[in-house]
Write a protein that binds this ligand. Structure first.
Ligand code: KG4
Ligand code: ZN
Length: 342
């Protein structure tokens, strides 16, 4: 079936068309179009996302983005079988643009529609790409690391999640963004720190804490790291500091994931969310998991940060379970604080 995905939860106006088949037993996806318009230049000068500017830009860009997606996919709206849209969590003014537009499309073209959880979308980014989907086994352990979320999730089956640990304060991506700001680097901070760290060497004089790395639970805390950077940063050690920030965040993420892996014995491990684009995290996780002989899945780079193909993939599994009808547009609602269904 052909699925349209729409994603406007934060600062990317994204749309995608995917072809999904195989059902729960042998799912496979091909992405026919995956378009997005990034608002980074709008928010850059404010050092963070401004919700009202974000929703205005979504309003301006949603029609061209969707038209572009249909053009690239060489498909007409009439030939779509399902519309999927992010309904939360995220910024409400941003979510409302996508949700209302998707509902109008569903009504106009008489198509079923499904509201998708953004975090569930990130999880299913691991199912996109060649031959991946059918090799994932449950239970799966997923490290979700984005700008707003840091969670360790145990996924027992499609749609069955248990959050076993989460951040008590800042998310990992937020920590990258905030410390990058202290260093005078651009927004978003993650890629800026990663780029600087790549060329840097370790400076043994700089030692940041690894918050909660030895606690018995699977929770995280990143706000202390930001404070530690504030006190130890000097202009002359900028790149070495970027290096150590990345090391500290990656150390904690990898260590907690391994701890959870040893305790829950998953059949697959995955990383998901914007921070999954971090090469150091991908490398360390691959190295440390290797001895355990559990397959590690990491999304293709194009599907790590916010995109609509992952929303369409998540929507497919929801569709198989719930089979929405043509009246479903009446029920889809945005929810800024939507939780992962347990
Ligand atoms: O998933 P995402 O695109 O949006 C949210 O749902 O939050 O994640 C965005 C986050 C930002 O905090 C950004 O700094 C971080 O992902 N990020 C990275 C990298 N690329 C994006 N963090 C570290 N290294 C990267 N290469
Ligand atoms: Zn996201």
């Amino acid at each position: 079936m052909y699925i349209l995905g729409i994603e406007t939860s934060c600062d990317d106006t994204a749309a995608a068309v995917i072809e999904a088949k195989g059902g729960f037993s042998k799912p496979s996806f091909s992405v026919l179009a995956n378009a997005s318009y990034s608002q980074v230049t709008i928010h850059k000068k404010f050092g963070g996302i401004v919700p009202n500017l974000a929703s205005r830009a979504h309003l301006e860009k949603i029609i061209p983005t969707i038209k572009n997606t249909f053009r690239i996919a060489k498909i007409k709206p009439d030939n779509i079988d399902l519309i999927t849209v992010t309904r939360g969590p995220g910024l409400l003014p941003s979510l409302l643009v996508g949700v209302n537009f998707a509902r109008a499309l569903a009504y106009r073209f008489r198509k079923p529609i499904i509201g998708v959880n953004h975090i569930e979308g990130h999880i299913y980014s691991n199912w996109l790409g060649r031959k991946r989907a059918s090799s994932i086994r449950f239970p799966a352990l997923i490290l979700i690391v984005s700008g707003g979320h840091t969670e360790l999730v145990l996924m027992k089956d499609y749609g069955k999640y248990k959050i076993i640990g989460q951040t008590l304060d800042d998310a990992a991506g937020e920590c990258f963004d905030k410390t990058a700001r202290l260093l005078g680097l651009g927004f978003p901070g993650g890629p800026a720190i990663a780029k600087l760290a790549e060329q840097a060497k370790r400076d043994l004089q700089i030692k940041l804490p690894r918050p909660m790395i030895n606690t018995e639970n699977y929770n995280f805390s990143f706000s202390g790291l930001k404070t530690a950077v504030l006190y130890s940063y000097k202009r002359k050690n900028k790149s070495a500091m970027a290096y150590e920030i990345q090391e500290a965040i990656v150390d904690v993420l990898v260590s907690k994931t391994l701890k959870a892996m040893r305790n829950f014995n998953p059949k697959s491990v995955m990383i998901a969310g914007g921070v999954a684009a971090n090469k150091k995290l991908r490398k360390e996780m691959t190295l440390k998991i290797a001895p355990y002989k559990v397959p590690l899945f990491v999304p293709d780079f194009i599907y790590t940060t916010d995109n609509a193909a992952m929303i369409a993939a998540a929507g497919y599994f929801n569709y198989l379970k719930n089979k929405p009808n043509r009246d479903s547009w009446k029920k889809v609602e945005a929810n800024a604080n939507l939780r992962l269904e347990l």
